[in-house]
Design a protein around this ligand. Sequence first.
Ligand code: DLL
Length: 432
Amino acid sequence: MSVLKPEIEMASRSYIKAVQSARLIKMVENAYNNVPFYKKKLDEAGVKPSDIKSIDDIAKLPFTVKDDLRDNYPFGMFAVPQGELVRIHASSGTTGKPTVVGYTKNDIEIWAECTARAIVAAGGTKDDIIHVSYGYGLFTGGLGLHYGAEYIGATALPVSSGNTKRQVQLLIDFGSDILCCTPSYAMFIGETIRDMGIDPKSLKVRAGIFGAEPWTDNMRREIEKLLDIKAYDIYGLSEIAGPGVAYDCVMQDGMHISEDYFYPEVIDPDTLEPLPEGEYGELVFTCIGKEALPLIRYRTRDICALIYEPCKCGRTTIRMTKPKGRSDDMLIIRGINVFPSQVEHVLLELGMNPNYHIVVDRQSNLDVMEVQVEMNADMFSDTVAGLESTKKRIESALQSTLSIHADVKLMEPGSLPRSEGKAKRVTDLRKF
Ligand code: DLL
């Protein structure tokens, strides 16, 4: 088992704290002196950079939210002149303007190191071909993993997403060792391999690094079976850098946070108070290593918990649980909080196909929820009575997990749209 940077990834807590403290002090000075938004915000909060003497002072600092980036669109949050930037990315954003992020040469170096840590943690070496099927472009997935692969001297294959049969052909012809894409696209590639009549065991690929959207451990097992590989999770968000903020190791037991660059906290989203270890809440990051975009206590909206216990793999960095969803993509249906990942969990527990779509609507002032699920190929020939009983079984399992009724609609195999990037799992037709 190899570790890219043992002096950090396996460091003592006191060493990590010293690194974090020194970086936080420098970063707050940079933000205060070079970003008018932060000068104003800290002045309003009555905090001076000199009040920050160690990482323990972090709670004195105010939070930053996505709207702050939107309000300062496009370059208002940058702490360096444009001449110092070597790259700009942007996240798609569901509403309004995209969120723009910039990197200095050093920021790119740090980010590449983080995705390299993830590749090494998934068993990657310089001798591997890393097949990158995340989108290239303003999205951080493609170039993020690409630079990580090059960082360790591996061979990056910048396939980007789309043209799935060609992806499969390249996996076969080039003998790619590690596949990087969203978990939903990994499923689609796996299905395509099967539909093309190819035995996944005949492919050389042995591991996948999948992230950019929530997925469950059940889905992990499905992908591992379908592609005959080990599936590793990778987490990140554009605002903080991109992929590589946290990543799975071989234990697959929580993602290791690159906490020497991204300081994590979990807070109660209502009171904004930090929560103790193990409690679920909203994940907050402070970018203590970056020059161009020094975000202070950025609220990610992702709901997860932190694990401080050192991992069996030997790494000592804090781990985060798989995000359950986002506090802002959480659906509220008849007053009940519903995460799409809960629906996925139920379907996979029942041995159903993980291709699903949730439609929420309002009829006679009442919220209604429909879960469209693709039938497995063997069910397609079932009798009407057989299908009706499957539908009832899913509805009752959803009811007991979600505490709300959902109408289940069984769909023809292959009929739901496949995604080449992040899957769109929800259509909300309600007018608020
Ligand atoms: O999705 C960066 C990324 C690219 C991560 C490739 C991993 C792999 P954004 O487009 O800014 O950046 O979206 C960030 O996606 O706040 C989470 O809600 C979600 N997300 C990312 N990774 C995971 C994951 C990229 N492993 C938002 N599990 C984040 C669950 C994830 N959700």
